[in-house]
Structures are given as C-alpha cells and as structure tokens.
Design a protein around this ligand. Structure first.
Ligand code: PNS
Length: 170
C-alpha cells in the first residue's frame, strides 16, 4: 500500500508469541479505524519464545493476507517510539482486557508519551468473548495438553502442533 502524508498510520506492538484471536480482533477493528495498522512484533532476543520472530511474521502475514491495510514487521533493540517515528505512525494501539491490564498499560503509555509527546496511545477494549485470552495462558493450556482451537487462528494452532510433534518425535 502506498503511503501519503495524509495517512493515519497506527502501530500495534507486542510479542505475539503466539498471535491469539484477541489480537486478531483488535487488529481487524484497528484496520477499520486507521488507514494502515502495522503489527510490530517485538523480536526480543532475551526471551525464549515458543515461535521464532520469523515464524510469528509468517503466521501474521498469512492471517492478514486478505486485509491490505495491515502490515506486519518486527522490531528489536530500539524504543517503540523511535520505531513508530521511523514508520511514520501517529498512534500506538494497545488492547485492554480487564482492569488488571490498566496499570501496566497506562505506565507504558505515559512513558511513551514522556519519550515522544506527539505519539498518542489509543486503548481498544477487547471483545467480551476474548477478554480472558492471553498468549501466556494459550501456551500453558497447550503445554498441558489442552485444546487451543478457537483461541488462536488455525495457522497458529497448526504451527504449535508441528512444534509439539517435533518435540515428541515419531
Ligand atoms: O505484548 P507485550 O509483550 O505486552 O508487548 C510489550 C511491548 C512490545 C509493547 C513493549 O515491551 C515495548 O514497547 N517494547 C519495546 C521497547 C520500549 O520501547 N520500551 C519502553 C516502552 S514503555
């Protein structure tokens, strides 16, 4: 998609390890509000992820193939506000599930505003159906043999099952 000065570009940052249906819902709703929404996957080398950054990018690109104003990218070793400036974004989008998210999210929003006052954080309240979903819980449920269908996109579920099969072996 070509960028023009008038475009309203939003960044939706996160670890997305893995992408859940809660993330997908926020991204699709964000894609209706902004001209372009960039899913910015934090490739943090300190964490031991379930999925590599490259896998997370591949999955997200696959999930949003039919939504042309969703871009997928990674960022690492840089402040989010600097990455957002580099991408020409005016807005950081974050999802809010429960009141418990509020403290961490406002702390980050205020720090980001301190670092870059022109960048606005917009909170989008999750859909009620996804309010209990988190990547951490999805991983825990899966690791203990529980079903993750309906919690994550099918592409994520497939990748998690492949990963499990590789661990268990033939
Ligand atoms: O999905 P997550 O893991 O809660 O996302 C956290 C994320 C990626 C938004 C946050 O860790 C971040 O912005 N990291 C980039 C480094 C940075 O700018 N840190 C200061 C932000 S207050």
């Amino acid at each position: 998609m070509e960028q023009t000065a008038a475009q309203r570009i939003a960044i939706y940052p996160g670890s997305f390890d893995p992408l859940t249906n809660g993330h997908v819902d926020i991204i699709l709703r964000g894609a209706r509000l902004f001209d372009r929404i960039i899913v910015a996957i934090l490739a943090n080398p300190e964490k031991t992820p379930l999925l590599t950054p490259a896998e997370r990018v591949e999955i997200a690109r696959d999930v949003f193939r039919g939504t042309p104003n969703v871009d997928v990218d990674t960022f690492a070793d840089v402040l989010l506000v600097d990455y957002a400036r580099h991408r020409g974004a005016l807005v950081i989008v974050r999802g809010l599930r429960a009141v418990s998210d509020f403290e961490y999210e406002t702390q980050m929003a205020l720090m980001n505003r301190h670092l870059s006052p022109e960048l606005e954080t917009v909170f989008m309240v999750s859909s009620a159906a996804n309010a209990y979903l988190s990547s951490r819980l999805v991983k825990e449920v899966f690791a203990l043999g529980g079903p993750v269908a309906g919690l994550v996109p099918p592409a994520v579920e497939r990748r998690m099952q492949e990963r499990h099969a590789q661990k268990v072996g033939p």
